[in-house]
Ligand binder design. Structure first.
Ligand SMILES: Nc1ncnc2c1ncn2[C@@H]1O[C@H](COP(=O)(O)OP(=O)(O)OP(=O)(O)O)[C@@H](O)[C@H]1O
Ligand SMILES: [Mg+2]
Length: 249
């Protein structure tokens, strides 16, 4: 059985991982991953399809009880997870989805506030199927932030959205994170998304983190900035895409 996320003892580290190993049958997916994430730090995780990003995120979320593995894994108790699909309960209204498990009038108030923060004021009574994909993802963000998490784990949360909606969601996520300051681990395929949002970018390959890059550009980040382009080239090369300047899908 894998070790499961235990409550973090350190005051400044939100995530502490040492020598994390995860296997499916005879195949080792994570092969000794070490990672510390500081309070409020925004980390993006890149890696080829099948490299183990979701496996890592699920381990951090404590959602891999049936998986074999070893290692040290400390995460805060109040963490939230957002996936590519919003995973809303179709038989509950928007506000009910957001406040699930939050009792009383205080819960309702927090839910309304969170919905207003993601731009969905007035849509509390709507049903999930009455919302667009982007709006559903906003509800998922509101649901994760309403609990004021110390750690937000997001697995390609904008992967299913069109390009314009995705850019709007970047602005929203940047704004929400600046206000609430959770530590974030954002799994993405999109190199530009990672550079636009993250303080730090990791690349997972062959079961290990092969890149750990700080991004010190001022926000909002200009995609035309030569420093942006240089980080993009470096990351694409680490991902095995050798055409400089090419945008990762
Ligand atoms: N429950 C499982 N049982 C067996 N193998 C699994 C299971 N989940 C994932 N795998 C395998 O582990 C590897 C890593 O999968 P994972 O989903 O973590 O990759 P990923 O980096 O998130 O990929 P993608 O970018 O396509 O989402 C893949 O080879 C996958 O087939
Ligand atoms: Mg994945």
């Amino acid at each position: 059985m894998a070790p499961h996320a235990s409550q973090l003892k350190s005051a400044t580290k939100t995530v502490h991982v040492r020598n994390l190993v995860r296997r499916f049958a005879a195949k080792t997916i994570l092969d000794g991953v070490d990672l510390d994430i500081e309070e409020g730090q925004f980390v993006a995780l890149l890696g080829r399809s099948g490299s183990g990003k979701s496996t890592f995120l699920k381990a951090l979320a404590g959602l891999d009880h049936d998986v074999e593995g070893t290692g040290t894994l400390d995460t805060p108790e109040n963490l939230s997870v957002v996936f590519q699909d919003a995973r809303l309960l179709p038989w509950r209204t928007v506000i009910q989805n957001v406040t699930l498990g939050l009792p009383g009038a205080a819960g309702q108030e927090a839910g309304r506030k969170a919905l207003a923060e993601v731009g969905l004021e007035g849509r509390e009574a709507a049903w999930p199927n009455q919302l667009s994909g982007g709006e559903q993802q906003r509800v998922a963000l509101a649901r994760s932030l309403v609990r004021q998490p110390s750690l937000l784990l997001a697995d390609e949360p904008f992967g299913a959205l069109d390009a314009l909606t995705r850019l709007k969601m970047h602005d929203l996520l940047r704004e929400l994170c600046a206000r609430h300051r959770p530590a974030v681990l954002l799994v993405t395929h999109d190199v530009d998304e990672a550079i636009s949002l993250a303080d730090r970018i990791l690349v997972l390959d062959e079961g290990r983190l092969i890149e750990d890059l700080r991004v010190d550009l001022p926000a909002p980040r200009d995609h035309g900035d030569p420093r942006f382009a240089s980080i993009r080239t470096q990351l694409l090369s680490r991902l095995g895409v050798e055409t400089p300047g090419r945008r990762a899908a």
